[in-house]
Design a protein around this ligand. Structure first.
Ligand SMILES: Cc1ncc(COP(=O)(O)O)c(C=O)c1O
Length: 431
């Protein structure tokens, strides 16, 4: 697939921070420049305000992650899992790169179709669907979907009898952040019965899928699932089905992708020597590193009295928390790492830096909290920063593209829509 050459080609929606004239910047520097530029605008615009967190997305990072996928999973087509991050600009870049899309709902299908994507590139990968959602899929021409129980087969027979079905089998990586096997996947001692029922109903089963869990770390869980899929293939073939698709789901992570990929590829090769079409449903791997989130400190509690004497860290309250973009602190036990945005412009109007301010490096310990009135809304239990942080300062969090904006709520009346600004580091020489 040809690389996207200019931001205007890559992007049909959203806001681009143009960076011409800033050549030879690393992707991180480019993101920092965009953060500074947006903050400067916010600070200039208003004396109070600018109290919404915002994202900077590096479109170049999507290209690099896609390249990484094709290099380490050659021939395995990614169907990006839209639930992970449904930013239309992000989806559009993936559409241009030629990926497929794993959609879980009517709205996700609408979002992808509105980009002009052929419905044949969509897999409705939710094994327990509302009848209305199945009917919608049929209406718009999305025929590929998953199932893992008898009742779902009846729903599909009633609302999309020409469906192309993938049997979702049970799989589980116990070390995954979230084990999807608790909710979905047919156990191997049920697959024969399910396939027989599909055969009786005259439905068309074309493949087998699984998902070992999001944030997986153990390649053995993929190997086991691939072996199980082979058994389900054999059961289906004995009944008369001609299966052609193996869907290895999602679960891939930045930290261990390169180590796991060859083991997964070998397992596929040894279980399916005759060759079949293999697809996958990566979410986190594609989206996480693309987005940096920038939050503003809206309040601060400096400890007094016995708390100060016993060394309880001072408390920062920022404009985004676990009910917003930080749900992963709870769901995935993720440790968030804040960086203070240090430019003079970014420090804002509330405390104009005095000459020499930036040179003073002293350690400050903080806990960081979200804006709601809920005490579980704690983003960072303790962090040491090398400068004092004041109201109006900004904190940057990298790797905030996966299951962040898509899981945000409006708890306590706070907005769950966020501005995103885009840079494209792939336009810079050397990337
Ligand atoms: C069916 C399905 N496919 C794909 C994904 C994406 O998983 P990941 O982001 O771990 O790659 C999920 C995540 O929950 C899922 O439920």
């Amino acid at each position: 697939m040809a690389p996207l050459s200019t931001p205007s080609e890559a992007v049909t929606t959203g806001k681009i921070i143009h960076t011409t004239g800033y050549r030879n910047l690393s992707p991180d520097e480019l993101v920092d420049l965009a953060i500074e530029s947006h903050i400067a605008r916010v600070v200039k615009r208003s004396v109070v305000g600018g109290d919404e967190s915002f994202f900077i997305a590096d479109l170049g990072q999507i290209l690099r992650q896609h390249r990484r996928w094709t290099q380490h999973m050659p021939g395995i087509r990614p169907y990006y899992a839209v639930k992970c991050n449904c930013d239309p600009t992000f989806l559009n870049v993936l559409a241009e790169l030629g990926t497929g899309f794993d959609c879980a709902s009517i709205e996700e299908m609408r979002a992808v179709l509105s980009l002009g994507v052929d419905p044949a590139r969509i897999l409705f990968a939710n094994p327990c669907k509302a009848p209305a959602a199945v009917a919608f899929a049929r209406e718009v021409g999305v025929f590929r979907t998953t199932f893992d129980n008898i009742d779902e087969l009846d729903t599909i027979k009633a609302h999309m009898p020409e469906a192309q079905l993938l049997l979702r089998i049970y799989a589980n990586d116990e070390g995954a952040f979230i084990c999807l096997g608790d909710k979905f996947g047919a156990q191997l001692d049920t697959t024969e019965e399910l396939l027989s029922r599909a055969w009786e109903l005259g439905l068309n089963v074309i493949g087998v899928s699984f998902h070992v869990g999001t944030g997986a770390t153990n390649p053995a869980s993929f190997c086991k699932a691939i072996k199980d899929a082979r058994l389900a293939f054999s059961q289906a073939e004995r009944l008369g089905f001609h299966l052609k698709i193996l869907d290895i789901g999602g679960g891939f992570q930045d930290d261990c992708f390169e180590a796991m990929a060859p083991i997964i590829r070998d397992a596929i090769r040894s279980e399916f020597p005759a060759g079949i079409t293999t697809i996958a449903e990566p979410g986190r791997l594609f989206a996480r590193s693309v987005y940096t989130l920038v939050c503003r400190v809206i309040s601060r509690r400096r400890q007094l009295g016995s708390a100060a004497r016993s060394g309880v860290p001072d408390m920062l309250y920022q404009n985004d928390g676990i009910y917003g973009n930080f749900m992963n602190v709870i769901m995935e036990k993720e440790t968030m790492v804040p960086y203070l945005v240090k430019s003079k412009k970014a420090r804002g109007f509330l405390h104009k830096p005095k000459q020499g301010d930036a040179l003073q490096v002293t350690n400050h310990r903080y806990s960081i909290w979200g804006p709601t009135c809920d005490s579980t809304d704690c983003v960072v239990h303790e962090v040491t920063l090398d400068s004092e942080v004041k109201i109006g300062d900004w904190l940057k969090y990298k790797n905030m593209g996966a299951y962040t904006s898509t899981t945000a709520t409006q708890f306590n009346g706070f907005s769950n829509t966020y501005d995103t600004f885009y840079v494209n580091s792939e336009m810079l020489p050397g990337y």
